[in-house]
Design a protein around this ligand. Structure first.
Ligand SMILES: [Zn+2]
Ligand SMILES: [Zn+2]
Length: 713
């Protein structure tokens, strides 16, 4: 059995774990990435596996960082069932459509600019239609019932107490000797409003646990309610409005509940609360439809006719006009509106109309990420820009922590201590410090083996044991200190090893990432040959004598000679980059490189640091071809399929690239000042090895070692 961590590894978003066993592939969650650009890049392009090869998806809950890439999975060929609780399925039908709508509008906005500049239009990751189509593949599950979803795979959902419908997953794999995998999903706190408490699990051979708050403790619930009451009273006494930016799903409903409780207890005066977020309104409707899943307190409240979601004082605005009408009210309202970090959505309008009022209060109840409007307010900005207008900040800015739907360290440990048997723990879904800090605590407390998996890392699981396939096979690989770049080994559809080293830009200390663009140097010629072969094969280029593919000439020049009215790089773009869908690859002039391109390198022998912008003189005024490990693997995959060029043509073209020692393995090498790349593949097994470097050292040795390690498997 194998488990691969394709998201939420040393970060909180993009949860996605691939379990392979008994010839089946099961995906747990398929979430959208957010945060820094290099993570968001993963939302685009291909999955690191073949979507049509996945047999089933198990979804823990509806939050977008767990469900947000499901429509892309379906769009790219996944046809199997998606198992989720009924609440999660209903919530997904609104969340995914909303997410599709956001993708569409964002791309529309970007395309208006691109078209004006004469650039190719972008395609959204997925659309509302894709999201709707995805819903047909949902299979509704109930909590606590064990179901065989595939031969040798049995599944049970348990309540995770995080948001309504959220589940912890128990997955038994195997026939006679079964191994039990447990995925905590996002875990809630004990006594959290509305939802039930998390179910305790007692056994796991392999446990994958979240660690969002693995190193932190929340403000306690009583203190939190008191604090909320104070903020409400103070604002109402000043005659102002109280604005609360909040996530539509979970946080909004918690706030409604808390305000309801405070009102019932007479701790705050009766209020007019406005939910001004269409998504929050719809989510609240789903909550009410599934009231049977509420915790005891909430059910009793509703039975006594005191529903926190429906009262004469709670208003759901529908139209934009209704929302705008709130702008003219100077005081006495509580407005709960998305987004939670105030960087999008209707909350921005309300902030614009209230921030300048001394009587108003902005209450921040969730995490405010760096760079968001919420964070600037939290940091005490005196002026902010909203919709291009400068707004003075006179309102009181308050923060209450602990309105989180995530278990804090205490609650996580409390949940862990109920286990009677744990074989091995993988800590995921937390920022780097949180994952590693919490892993250390688990190890000290429970004395079990704990691993923080890296992105894309995969593990062979033998019963309770988990051996990183990377570690075991590639432990002997010592990439030289001088090496800067990316290495990658893939076999079939999966990544066998991947690592990134050094800096993309020495002057500004920018790290290399898997999305860094590397100059392919003279390997450009390989692409020129592909373009030429394609033109000839399709009969668009009459060539009377056979081409000598092994001739030692500059193939871009040959292309120019044969097609004089078009630049060779434009031909390659049209004949190779576009049809093969190498979305990250493109020609760039060296003085016009995009931000993601690697630049600097060091000449080891002399120790001098050089920026390869100086290569302009050496390379003339030709644009250079830049690409990524992702795209190069894709290229081999398409060439292997045999529909891009007939296999016969491919064979003659590739003959001169035959690796000297491994039969059937082809390698392409490229060099330029400050760049050295080697990428190769066995098209039969689709075994690929890629080494891309923005230096000139240690590339050959890295490649040779990867060949050795990979062959030793
Ligand atoms: Zn969540
Ligand atoms: Zn999450």
């Amino acid at each position: 059995m194998k488990i691969q961590f394709l998201g939420a590894a040393e970060t909180t978003s993009g949860a996605c774990y691939l379990v392979t066993s008994h010839g089946r592939q099961v995906l747990v969650d398929c979430g959208l990435f957010h945060g820094p650009q290099e993570l968001k890049q993963r939302n685009y392009g291909d999955f690191p596996f073949e979507p049509s090869g996945i047999d089933a998806v198990i979804l823990t809950h509806a939050h977008i960082d767990h469900s947000g890439l499901l429509p892309k999975l379906v769009k790219q060929g996944f046809k199997g069932p998606i198992y989720a609780t009924a609440v999660t399925a209903d919530l997904c039908s609104i969340m995914l459509a909303d997410s599709g709508h956001i993708q569409e509008t964002e791309v529309e906005r970007k395309n208006r600019k691109r078209l004006r500049r004469g650039q190719e239009p972008l395609v959204p990751i997925y659309t509302v239609d894709d999201a709707d189509r995805t819903m047909k593949q949902f299979r509704r599950m109930v909590y606590d019932e064990e179901v065989e979803i595939l031969p040798a795979f049995r599944l049970r959902f348990r309540d995770a107490g995080h948001i309504l419908g959220a589940a912890t997953i128990e997955l038994w794999v195997g026939d006679e000797k079964r191994s039990k995998l447990v995925f905590s999903g996002d875990l809630g706190n004990m006594g959290q409003p509305i939802v039930q408490d998390p179910t305790f699990i007692t056994e796991a051979d392999v446990l994958v646990i979240e660690s969002t708050y693995g190193t932190r403790i929340h403000e306690d619930r009583e203190g939190r309610l008191e604090h909320l009451a104070e903020v409400v009273k103070a604002t109402m006494q000043r005659g102002g409005n109280l604005l609360i930016p909040a996530f539509a799903l979970g946080r909004t409903q918690d706030l409604l509940y808390s305000l309801g409780v405070l009102q019932d207890d007479g701790l705050i005066p009766p209020l007019n609360v406005y939910i001004d977020s269409p998504l929050a309104t719809k989510a609240t409707e789903v909550f009410q439809k599934h009231a049977g899943f509420f915790d005891y307190e909430t059910r009793t409240m509703i039975q006594a006719g005191r529903s926190p979601f429906e009262s004469p004082h709670v208003h759901y605005t529908e139209s934009v006009q209704e929302s705008m009408r709130l702008n003219s009210v100077s005081g006495g309202l509580v407005i709960i509106s998305a987004s939670g970090m105030a960087d999008a959505g209707r909350i921005k309008h309300h902030l614009k109309h209230n921030l300048w009022r001394k009587s108003a209060t902005v209450l921040l109840v969730g995490y405010q990420a760096e760079g968001t409007l919420g964070r600037r307010l939290q940091d005490g900005a005196k002026k902010v820009r909203i919709h291009g207008e400068e707004v003075r900040v006179e309102a009181a800015i308050e923060t209450i922590s602990g309105f989180s739907a995530h278990a804090d360290q205490r609650a996580l440990l409390n949940w862990l201590r109920r286990f009677r048997h744990i074989g091995r723990v993988f800590v995921t879904h937390g920022e780097k410090e949180s994952c590693h800090g919490f892993a250390k605590i688990i190890h000290e407390e429970l004395k079990v083996p704990v691993v923080v998996p890296k992105m894309d890392e995969s593990f062979d699981l033998k019963g309770a044991e988990g051996i990183s396939t990377w570690d075991s096979y590639y432990r002997s690989c010592h990439v030289h200190d001088a090496f800067a770049g990316v290495v990658q080994v893939t076999r079939d559809a999966s990544i066998e090893y991947r690592a990134v080293y050094g800096l993309a830009d020495r002057r500004y200390k920018v790290d290399n990432t898997f999305f860094t663009l590397f100059n392919l140097g003279s390997a450009r010629d390989f692409f020129a040959k592909l373009a030429l072969a394609r033109l000839m094969d399709s009969g668009r280029l009459d060539q009377d004598r056979p081409v000598k593919w092994d001739a030692d000439i500059v193939w871009e020049e040959e292309l120019r000679r044969l097609v004089p009215d078009q630049e060779p790089w434009d031909i390659v773009t049209e004949e190779v980059l576009r049809p093969v869908q190498l979305g990250q690859s493109a020609y760039h002039f060296l003085d016009q490189r995009p931000a993601l391109a690697a630049t600097g390198y060091t000449r080891i022998k002399t120790g001098e640091t050089v920026d390869n912008v100086y290569a302009i003189l050496a390379e003339g005024l030709k644009p250079q071809l830049f690409s990524t490990a992702h795209d190069l693997r894709r290229l081999w995959g398409v060439l292997a399929r045999g529909d891009y060029l007939p296999p016969k043509v491919m064979q003659t073209l590739l003959a001169s690239y035959q690796h000297s020692k491994i039969p059937g393995f082809y390698t392409v090498e490229g060099k330029a000042p400050g760049a050295h790349v080697i990428f190769g593949a066995d098209l039969q097994d689709l075994w690929t090895i890629t080494v891309l470097s923005n230096g000139e050292e240690a590339v050959q040795s890295a490649f040779d070692q990867l060949v050795d390690c990979s062959q030793g498997r």
